[in-house]
Design a protein around this ligand. Structure first.
Ligand code: GAL
Length: 673
């Protein structure tokens, strides 16, 4: 991905999805006037407009699109032009009924909603490439268009497809992957339950079956689905590139949809962009937000990215769509910016009167411009306008948390030892502690070069390839600190248990053998003794055998009673920790305090609820400070608050719920950031 590719916009990009086709012409003028008032400089247009651009197969109507792009351009608002392929028109499905996607239960997906056709249907691929190329040819040189927004959230709502087209493509994909049926039979372990295949024609998609379907087959189907979706993106992107050299993106859903392997996707886009929505039931949604933002940055190799969608207030698709409180939208936006976003966009500009999303908030709500939300939108635009110099500054992290979509796909299949074990929950638990300590985190794959990190945490690396385990062992040997949580390194790339048993590939770094998993009953809690303290733990125990590690904590009660629960091994110049249970938050904090000491990490001295992230610019740092608490806070800092223009001499004061972005002298890496 070329690091310098960025749309031609001054400062931080600000705006949202704009759907002018849902409104009469007179509203457009009003929209543009209010966009200017809010400081909007980028809008995404055309994402769901296929039926109104290509009115029947091969027949195009560009009049309205020309007009709105022209109007926006005259007013200094750039366009991120969508390819509308997430929602093919009625005429497409009427002409190609076989291109409809089919779900795992064999239900053929109907029209009247959104969602692409079968990703493997040739008619869909052809039509998608045609509309993308036609748009690119027409608007490539339009001065108002600055980037391309291909599709919308690949994999949502249609990911896995069980149609006949998918079936055909799946066999070809398998033939390319395995070369021979013998190799496929071996990888899938088809000797089990008599699933051996003698002919390629017999290998089917893993549709609903009487009992659990072969997990290796399903894991491969997840890989196949990801690769088909990516092929759709690449086909559109390449069609665009025939005519245009503008940056091309597609909006990810970082930690809110696991169907796409974003590490692979990020290599295909010019700019990473992400959509993030708070989960209202989570009273600390800002932590999930930070995970999404850190992941968006990490998959793009640290390059600045665009927050393509978030909400000004409530969404409309959760059980209880809680409105954001005053100031929350700005805190959310600045948190993304602090973690590397150089564009802050929303779904959507103007609340739609009709359709499924009419209860979704917007920059311009149903209540109009004389509203709290619009006033906050204008205020945020003014804030971002003062932050242009932050653009391009890089976030640096001393800690990496492993995040591996492929491992999630495998772990999420049926018949695992306990339904209480969740990768999302474990990652959140570890991340949350680091977040509260204001220790910035990157996400990484186990095969990445991890040598720049003081600490690497594997909260949920169920699937671990031997080569990646070797990489982790080497990381420790060369001086790194590694923490591995339970139910990691269990299987290889075919969801087969590692020879030598659970966890065997990491035995060099951890010095333990896992003899047996000992999951607990629902609601059971137990204790482990750690130093002089008793820590609470639940969900999982293990029968651990130490081969070359010290027991740092022991099970007090429960099925593991008397056995080691948490271990540490000095390996080479580094340290490998293993946590074989699920400590509660206080317990995890106690363990991580020792881990930090091994890794030479120091939590930032800041009051609870103060989120502090540092971006390193060319000569200065930019410290983004967000006060999530209901009390005013202070932080030791020198510089200039770019939001207020005030000099900060020694102490920054941040009112309850407020934000600050301080241009501060450069801090050396590793000094408590
Ligand atoms: C996103 C989607 C948007 C809109 C939004 C509502 O996932 O890309 O089109 O539906 O959700 O929150």
């Amino acid at each position: 991905m070329p690091a310098s590719v960025w749309p031609a916009i001054d400062g931080i990009a600000y705006g949202g999805d704009y759907n002018p086709e849902q409104w009469p012409r007179e509203v457009w003028r009003d929209d543009v006037r209010l966009m200017r008032e809010a400081g909007v400089n980028l809008v995404s247009v055309g994402i769901f407009s296929w039926a109104l651009i290509e009115t029947s197969e091969g027949v195009f109507d560009f009049a309205w699109l020309d007009e709105i792009i022209g109007l926006l351009h005259e007013n200094g608002i750039a366009v991120d032009l969508g390819t509308p392929t997430a929602s093919p028109p009625a005429w497409f499905f009427a002409a190609h009924p076989d291109a409809r996607a089919v779900n795992r239960d064999g239900v053929v997906m109907g029209f009247g909603s959104r969602g692409m056709a079968s990703h493997s249907a040739p008619a869909y691929r052809d039509a998608a490439v045609r509309i993308a190329a036609t748009l690119a040819e027409r608007y490539a040189d339009h001065p108002g268009v600055v980037m391309w927004h291909v599709h919308n959230e690949y994999g949502v709502p249609v990911g896995e497809d069980y149609s006949a087209h998918s079936q055909r493509a799946w066999r070809i994909w398998l033939q390319e992957k395995y070369g021979s049926l013998e190799a496929l039979n071996a990888a899938w372990g088809t000797a089990f339950w008599g699933q051996h295949y003698g002919q390629w024609e017999h290998v089917g998609v893993p549709a609903a079956a009487p009992s659990v379907v072969n997990p290796a087959q399903r894991l491969d189907f997840a890989r196949f689905t990801d690769s088909q979706l990516r092929a759709c993106f690449v086909a559109e992107r390449d069609a665009i590139r025939r005519f245009s050299s503008l940056p091309v993106t597609t909006n990810f859903m970082a930690n809110q949809h696991h169907g796409c392997d974003l590490w692979a996707w990020a290599r295909e886009v010019d700019i990473v962009s992400d959509d993030h929505y708070l989960w209202a039931a989570d009273t600390e949604g800002e932590i999930g937000l930070s995970i999404a933002a850190d992941l968006s940055r990490s998959v793009g190799g640290g390059a600045p990215w665009i927050l393509m969608e978030h909400s000004t207030s409530a969404v409309n698709w959760q059980p209880r769509n809680v409105a954001k409180r005053p100031g929350e939208m700005a805190r959310n936006s600045l948190a993304h910016l602090g973690r590397g976003a150089d564009g802050i966009l929303f779904f959507q500009w103007r609340a739609g009167r009709s359709g499924a999303e009419k209860f979704h908030s917007a920059m311009l709500p149903h209540a109009g411009a004389d509203s709290r939300v619009f006033r906050e939108v204008v205020d945020l635009g003014a804030k971002l306008d003062r932050l242009g110099e932050v653009r391009g500054a890089r976030v640096q992290a001393d800690v990496a948390i492993l995040w591996d979509f492929e491992s999630f796909w495998a772990q999420d299949l049926e018949w695992r030892p306990s339904e209480d074990v969740s990768h999302d929950e474990r990652i959140r638990a570890f991340y949350e502690r680091l977040w509260r300590d204001n220790i910035t985190v990157d996400f990484a794959l186990p095969g990445h070069d991890l040598s720049g990190y003081r600490l690497v945490i594997a909260p949920a690396q169920y699937l671990l390839r031997q080569a990646d385990a070797d990489n982790l062992n080497r990381y420790v040997e060369n001086g790194g600190t590694l923490v591995v949580s339970f139910f990691s390194a269990v299987v290889d790339e075919n969801d087969a248990v590692h020879p030598g048993g659970f966890g065997a590939p990491l035995e060099p770094a951890l010095g333990v053998r896992i003899e047996e998993h000992l999951p607990l009953r629902a609601g059971d809690t137990t204790s482990i003794s750690f130093g002089g303290d008793e820590l609470r733990a639940d969900v999982w125990h293990e029968h651990l055998v130490l081969t070359d590690a010290e027991a740092r904590a022991t099970y007090v009660d429960g099925p593991g009673a008397g056995m080691p629960a948490v271990t540490r091994k000095r390996h080479g110049r580094g340290t490998g920790w293993y946590i074989s249970t699920r400590p509660d938050a206080a317990g995890l904090a106690a363990i991580l305090t020792e881990v930090y000491a091994d890794a030479g990490l120091v939590p930032l001295d800041a009051p609870a609820g103060l989120e502090v992230v540092r971006r390193a610019g060319e000569t200065d740092d930019f410290v983004v400070v967000i006060n999530h608490a209901t009390t005013d806070a202070r932080l030791a800092l020198d510089g200039v608050d770019l939001v207020t223009g005030r000099t900060v001499a020694g102490t920054l004061e941040v009112c309850a719920g407020d934000v600050a972005v301080v241009r501060a002298p450069r801090t050396a890496p590793g000094s408590g950031r």
